[in-house]
Write a protein that binds this ligand. Structure first.
Ligand code: SAM
Length: 304
């Protein structure tokens, strides 16, 4: 089977899920997102357990009331962990996401929350509140990359830098915390994705190194650390293998989940499907099961 020679119509017939499409703003339909999402485990701990551990390090502080902000809440996986952790206290949690359907989904799930449809960095640039904790799992890079693509690296980078600095100085008090889970673009899982994005966005020209968002955030937080505004713990986590039972399952998850159907209607589709297929073969056993490792970074920040 040579997928490079396939035309798009053949692919739509073989993979009916290619007809599912979305936009950056709408993102993936929440139930479909939850269905496609695999469990991410890093040294025996899921991503949500890493977040839970971070929250445990905060619970020693006896908050009378906690004011929290989640950026890119999606279907509310981390939201639920947060609300469980602080279920006995007085909590004010604001959820921000670019996707209205993600927010609607969360509105049905959670009571003690308020909702803002916005780009994360834009929201941060405008907010006047003081937060005890701000968190973002697998989402902040979306905002940063969109800004770098839309405004260009220099002006977009300045906007992100100025906004983060303003948040640390104006919107966090001594002891306030910031937690980000950021993808590792050089992991087995992401490197093949980055080489697809590179075809359409010059931002990803150098895929040998970490993504532009990761490099920018490292630079910004390092500057803030040197200015004695924050304590920073940045950790790399290599994930345990994620298992895909078939080529079909792996393709659906990479095209419709990771790439948010971006290529499904593109003339590049046959090339993208072909390259993904070839790549997956390197990780496939005799039964056709594919195992690929993800990776991530956690930023654990305290305002000092
Ligand atoms: C990979 S999901 C992560 C969702 C959730 N935090 C989780 O861990 O399951 C990325 C989320 O970021 C949101 N998103 C994408 N671009 C965004 C932006 N510029 N500003 C805010 N949210 C954005 C998407 O709508 C989606 O809900």
């Amino acid at each position: 089977m040579n997928l490079f020679n396939n035309n798009r119509l053949d692919l739509y017939e073989r993979y009916p899920w290619l007809k599912i499409t979305t936009t950056i703003e709408d993102y993936i339909e929440p139930c479909y997102y939850d269905r496609l999402l695999k469990e991410y485990v890093f040294s025996g701990k899921t991503d949500l357990q890493l977040f839970d551990e971070f929250l445990s390090s905060m619970t020693n502080n006896n908050y009378n009331a906690i004011n929290a902000l989640e950026l890119g809440c999606g279907s509310g996986r981390a939201t639920e962990v947060f609300l469980n952790k602080f279920k006995d206290g007085k909590v004010r949690l604001r959820l921000v996401d670019l996707s209205i359907r993600m927010l609607e989904f969360c509105r049905k799930r959670f009571k003690k929350t308020s909702f803002v449809k916005s780009d994360s960095v834009e929201f941060l640039s405008k907010t006047n509140d003081k937060y005890d904790v701000i968190f973002s799992l697998w989402s902040f890079s979306h905002s940063v990359h969109q800004i770098l693509i839309n405004q260009g690296v220099t002006s977009g980078g300045r906007y992100v830098r100025d906004t983060i600095k303003k948040v640390i100085i104006n919107n966090m008090i001594k002891g306030s915390r910031l937690f980000i889970i950021h993808f590792d673009s050089t992991s087995e899982e992401q490197e093949i994705l980055m080489s697809q994005w590179k075809k359409v966005f010059t931002l990803y020209n150098n895929i040998e190194i970490q993504s532009p968002s990761k490099l920018l955030l490292d630079e910004i937080f390092e500057e803030l650390r040197k200015e004695c505004l924050i304590n920073l713990t940045l950790s790399h986590h290599e994930g345990e293998d994620i298992e895909y039972s078939s080529l079909d399952e792996a393709l659906e998850i990479f095209l419709n989940f990771h790439m948010e159907s971006y290529f499904n209607e593109s003339p590049l589709l046959p090339i993208v499907v072909g390259e993904l297929t070839e790549y997956f073969k390197n990780f496939m056993d005799n039964e056709g099961v594919i195992r690929i490792k993800p990776g991530c970074f956690t930023y654990n920040i305290e305002k000092i």
